[in-house]
Design a protein around this ligand. Structure first.
Ligand code: ZN
Length: 374
């Protein structure tokens, strides 16, 4: 029996009342249907390429933790994701990679689909370390190449500060293997940032724009400026309202081409758990009112949102729904060359999110089975 999903379909360029027929886990047809105008919004499943955990489950934990994270994310509309490690030790990096690789074939059918993993470190600038453990930072020139070799399989995105010794060569090496460099945690000059984007080639992004990078100084532009004016470079935005003040969001959404903005959660393992204290990557974090900081400091440690909240926030601030959804679905899919998902189009995977009038997740279709929102 084909599944028929009816509602206001969030397509690539418009919201259209219609019906989606699903067969064998894929979209078999998409047709307009005026009678669906009062139905729920139906968006492509969200894809979170930068997420450290969710619902109390840590991406750097064991198989159960990864499964728990995947299940928690699916119930918030995230149908694909990259478990993301903060800076780890040279011993722990390959272990994290091996754990995710071993888990991917047995990831739960009622969870978000893992598409590999993301490493946010260790090649980041000490002066822009954010919540990362300073004792573990390295440059590409001073880490044993054998360690890097052991993490490449399954690696999809790696944050690199382009000004570090050895970074341009590593960025070019990753590009040859189809691995996306994300410039970030960096105090690059404009020229260093531009060289980094050039070395990375076709698909390159920017780690949580404006956070932990040289910003907009009109006499001394740095990475944030390079990211904004390079029309080919993708840029990540944490749209929780804490990491980038909403007053700056139009600077990003009016400057970046519509297909280059990528919403990320940068969520901590305690996301979805309410306020409290936890350990992340060896560091203690406090959460108050959804704002997570390193204990005893005002340094943001990550977010507590999922991508549905980011979409809601952007729409509340005036961005059209189509563009907000695009930044959470088809843009991250294109960044990862995952053209089998991310849009409501015939032939793509039937990863769909039903949203109510307030853009809250009602239920999520992953292929042929629905799960209800948490
Ligand atoms: Zn992060």
């Amino acid at each position: 029996m084909p599944e028929v999903v009816v509602g206001r379909l969030v397509l690539a360029d418009a919201v259209v009342p219609g019906r989606v027929v699903v067969e064998g886990g894929k979209i078999a047809s998409v047709e307009p249907d005026e009678s669906a105008a009062a139905g729920p919004y139906v968006a492509p499943g969200f894809i979170d390429v930068h997420c450290h955990g969710w619902g109390g489950h840590d991406a750097t934990g064991d198989t159960d933790a990864l499964s728990g994270m995947a299940r928690a994310l699916l119930r918030r509309g995230v149908t694909s994701f990259l478990p993301t490690a903060p800076t780890l030790s040279a011993d722990e990096l390959p272990r994290f990679a091996e754990r995710v690789r071993a888990w991917m074939p047995i990831a739960p059918a009622d969870g978000a689909v893992p598409l590999g993993f993301n490493l946010e470190g260790p090649f980041i600038a000490p002066a822009r370390k954010g919540a990362h453990d300073p004792a573990l930072l390295r440059t590409p020139a001073d880490l044993d190449p054998a360690v890097i070799e052991r993490v490449l399989d399954g690696l999809r995105i790696m944050t690199i500060a382009p000004e570090l010794p050895g970074s341009p060569a590593l960025i070019a090496r990753l590009a040859e293997r189809g691995i996306v460099t994300s410039l970030g945690h960096s105090q690059a000059t404009l020229a260093e940032a531009q060289a980094g984007y050039a070395a990375a080639g076709r698909r390159v992004t920017t780690t949580h724009l404006f956070n932990a990078m040289s910003g907009i100084d009109h006499r001394n532009p740095g990475l944030a400026v390079a990211a904004l004016v390079d029309d080919d470079a993708y840029a990540e935005l944490i749209a929780d309202g804490f990491h980038v003040h909403p007053a700056l969001w139009p600077i990003i959404t009016r400057t970046k081409p519509a297909d280059r903005l990528v919403l990320i959660s940068d969520a901590l393992p305690l996301a979805g758990m309410g306020d409290g204290r936890t350990r992340v990557g060896g560091l203690e974090v406090d959460v108050r009112g959804g704002r997570a900081t390193l204990v005893g400091t005002d340094t943001l440690a990550g977010s507590t949102i999922a991508l549905d909240t980011a979409v809601r926030n952007l729409v509340r601030e005036g961005l059209p729904l189509v563009r907000a959804v695009q930044a959470a679905s088809s843009n991250p899919a294109a960044l990862l060359d995952a053209h089998d998902r991310g849009r409501i189009e015939v032939g793509r995977l039937a990863h769909l999110v039903e949203l109510d009038d307030d853009l809250r997740v009602r239920r999520v279709l992953r292929g042929e089975a629905w799960v209800d929102a948490s």
